[in-house]
Each structure stands twice: as C-alpha cells, then as structure tokens.
Design a protein around this ligand. Structure first.
Ligand code: SF4
Length: 283
C-alpha cells in the first residue's frame, strides 16, 4: 500500500504567522489576551491556547465591553470598524491579518474610493469576506454561485471591480468571472486567490486523480478544507473529511492500493503525521 502525503498539506504562511503571533504574546506574559474570532479553524489549537489563557471574542459587542488587554486580529482580517473600536478603547492591537488579505482590503478601499462597484467572489458568511466588505465605501455585492452571477444586474452604472476571497476555488472563480464578463459591463478583474490555496488545490486534485482513497484533514468550519474536500471528491469517490485521527475509521475503508492525504491551511503538522502513521500501520 502506497501513501502519498501532499507537500502543501497543513499550515500556510499566513496561518502559521498568526498562530505564532498569539504564542509570542503568551510567552511575553501579556495579559489579558484575546483573539477576535478563533485564531484558526482548528479546535485543537484553539483549546490549547484557551488552556494558556487566551480567550476568544466573537462579536463587536464583546469587543466594546473589553476594558483592557491585547486583541489579536486573525489571518482572515476584519473590517475597518474593528480597528477603529480597538483604537478608541486604547486596547493593544496585534494585527495578524495575512498580507494577502491586507492586499484585498487596500484594493477595495482604493477602488471604492475612486467610484468602482466591488464584487467579491466568495462566501458572504465567511469572516474574510465580511472583513473585505468592511473596507468598501460604496456598493458591494458578494457572488458565490453561477446562478448568482447569471442573475447579477449592475444598477450603479459604475465600473465593476472583481476580487476574490483568498481561499476560493480557482476554476470556479474563472467560471464566475466568465459569466460576469459576458454582460458587457466595464470590468476590472483582480484574481486575489492566494498562491498557497491554488497550489494546495492543484496538488490535491492531482493526487486524488491517481489514488484509490483520499483523506482530507481539517476543521469542520474551515472553508479552504471544505473546498479541498469538494475538489478531491470530484476526482475520487472514496474521499473522507476528518478533523483528527479519531474521525477516521480505517477498518471501514475498502481495501486500497494507494491512499492520498492532504490537509487544510489550519491543520497542525502533528495531526497530519498522526493520520499518516496510522494509515501506514493499518494497511
Ligand atoms: S490561505 Fe493564503 S491568504 Fe489565507 S492565510 Fe494562508 S497564506 Fe494567507
């Protein structure tokens, strides 16, 4: 039995940087520390930080209720409003927004200020998209599906500036842009999908194509892991989505000659290694 582990599996640069920044604050003994939303979509890491005294706040009202301490902004980034609240309350800010997300904030800020209407290709409910919306000063629309792209009617008469959530599926992004481009509007397209996501998706697709079974490891709420699962499932029917080794019932897997493993950007290395070791031992 062959086990192929994707080279791009696990923490990406932005997530590693964000997690490291929180642990740095813990080591410094800065107190109290909180993160605005869970630092990554990985329950194991979040629980470990909780044990070390790092709490998670989830709303503007919780942020407003803080009297002191350090607030860490995670790699997804936040709306301008959040920075303003942190500043007005005199809280210590540690900004771990991924530079690729900051780049999108700057684009939409500049483009809205110069009169463009912004289209974000992504999931409207995702915190990264919420953050991006919070840097737009004019009209903004979020489009996730082909039907939404087909139904989109531009009412503002302005130039359209299309950006993408960093973790969006590259091929799907191109398809949606193609639909929008056919409408004859004045459009500027900026592909802001980050390389880490693109490389991870391309490698996962290539591995899933040649294996009998594929294991995708990542948090339940991790958007980039969900996308990876979607891509792998398309190529390989026997694709399993697990958070940790506990979720993997190796005995229920059909006998396989070759198994592939990949993992989302918020999956720590030790979890990937544990799954890999177990799969090798069991088969
Ligand atoms: S997936 Fe890309 S944009 Fe998102 S945190 Fe990682 S490096 Fe940054």
């Amino acid at each position: 039995m062959e086990v192929i582990v994707a080279k791009t599996a696990g923490f990406c640069f932005g997530v590693k940087r964000a997690v490291d920044k929180v642990y740095e604050q813990v080591e410094k003994g800065t107190e109290p520390i909180c993160t605005y939303g869970p630092i990554i979509h990985n329950e194991e890491v979040v629980k470990d930080l909780e044990r070390k005294g790092v709490s998670v706040i989830n709303s503007v009202s919780e942020l407003k209720a803080l009297k002191e301490g350090t607030v860490v902004i995670r790699s997804h980034g936040v709306a301008k409003e959040i920075y303003d609240i942190i500043e007005s309350k005199g809280l210590h800010l540690v900004d771990a927004t991924c530079p690729f997300v900051l780049k999108i904030h700057n684009i939409v800020k500049k483009e809205s200020a110069s009169g463009s209407e912004i289209i974000i290709i992504g999931n409207d409910q995702h915190p990264e998209v919420e953050g991006i919306k919070g840097w737009c000063s004019g009209p903004v629309t979020v489009i996730e599906s082909a039907a939404e792209a087909e139904n989109f009617v531009q009412e503002s008469g302005k130039r359209l500036c299309i950006v993408s959530q960093t973790t969006f599926n590259y091929n799907k992004f191109n398809k949606l842009v193609e639909i929008l481009s056919k409408k004859g509007y004045d459009i500027i397209v900026l592909n802001t999908i980050c390389n880490a996501t693109e490389e991870r998706q391309t490698e996962a697709r290539a591995i899933a194509k040649r294996v009998d079974g594929m294991i995708v490891i990542g948090g339940r709420h991790s958007s980039n892991t969900q996308k990876l699962f979607e891509i792998c499932k398309n190529e390989c029917e026997n694709t399993y989505y697990i958070q940790t080794l506990v979720d993997l019932d190796v005995h229920s897997l059909p006998s396989m000659g070759c198994v592939g493993i990949t993992a989302g950007a918020s999956t720590p290395n030790n979890i990937i290694e544990e799954v890999q070791k177990n799969v090798r031992n069991e088969f």
